[in-house]
Ligand binder design. Structure first.
Ligand code: PEP
Length: 233
């Protein structure tokens, strides 16, 4: 199966012209480009081979069954709105959102459900902090994030496409990736936890992947791809 490479642009670039240029330069098969919301449409119109992803989503689609709440979420963007811009994938639960913006496992679970309901593919990010890693809590943390994150998907649901990105937080943007051996161990562990659901799950690695070390991960059939943030080389 072809590898999936997710390009998380984070809050870059600064202008729509740069976004168009960057999208044109990186428009290749197998790449999923995740620009900031304001550039989604421009990138959608530029790319021909790559696919489009979003970096986040709100957990409800208007109109909502919650009386009096329909659409009243200033600043939020729904899965249906993303879909109307040709978005196919949505990053959910990125550690920067969990750590800096108060995103909880419960919010992540609701977002996963909303995205699946809209027919889009969630990219669920899981991973432990440096302190948790050093305390030997990696699997405990990842298991909790998966169990709660997937908890709104009925166990009998089949034919669901899901991408799980194992991203150890201590490896993101640090220049120090995890080892492929540990990633293989985590793939086995994640597959075991996710096996409660009959999902078509692809498990990818994220954290200081560059063009120089990517092959170390991608050469393994168990690792379905990579999530790349700031790679310049
Ligand atoms: C990320 O932001 O998810 C990421 C993997 O970043 P980086 O490639 O910079 O480590």
């Amino acid at each position: 199966m072809n590898k999936l490479i997710i390009a998380n642009w984070k809050m870059n670039p600064a202008s729509i012209e740069e976004a168009r240029k960057l999208a044109a330069e990186t428009d290749v098969e197998g790449l999923i480009i995740c620009p900031p919301f304001p550039f989604l449409e421009a990138v959608a119109k530029t790319i021909k081979k790559a696919k489009l992803g979003a970096q986040d989503v709100f957990w409800m689609n208007p109109p909502t069954p919650l009386a009096g709440q329909a659409g009243a979420y200033t600043g939020e963007v729904s899965a249906e709105e993303l879909k109307s811009l040709c978005v196919e994938y949505v990053i959910i639960g990125h550690s920067e959102r969990r750590q800096n913006l108060g995103e909880t496992d419960e919010m992540v679970a609701k977002k996963i459900k909303t995205v699946l309901d809209a027919g889009l593919t969630p990219i669920l990010c899981v991973g432990e902090t440096k302190a948790e890693h050093e305390a030997g809590k990696t699997k405990e943390i990842v298991k909790r994030e998966l169990k709660i994150g997937l908890s709104y998907i009925p166990h009998l649901t089949s034919n669901i496409q899901l991408v799980i990105a194992y991203e150890p937080i201590w490896a993101i943007g640090t220049g120090t990736p995890d080892t492929p051996e540990n990633m293989l161990n985590m793939v086995k562990f994640i597959r075991g936890v996710a096996s409660d659901w009959p999902l078509a799950t692809r498990i990818i690695y994220g954290g200081s992947v560059t063009s120089r070390n990517a092959e170390n991960f991608l050469k393994h059939k168990e690792i379905s791809g990579a999530l790349v943030g700031g790679a310049q080389s």
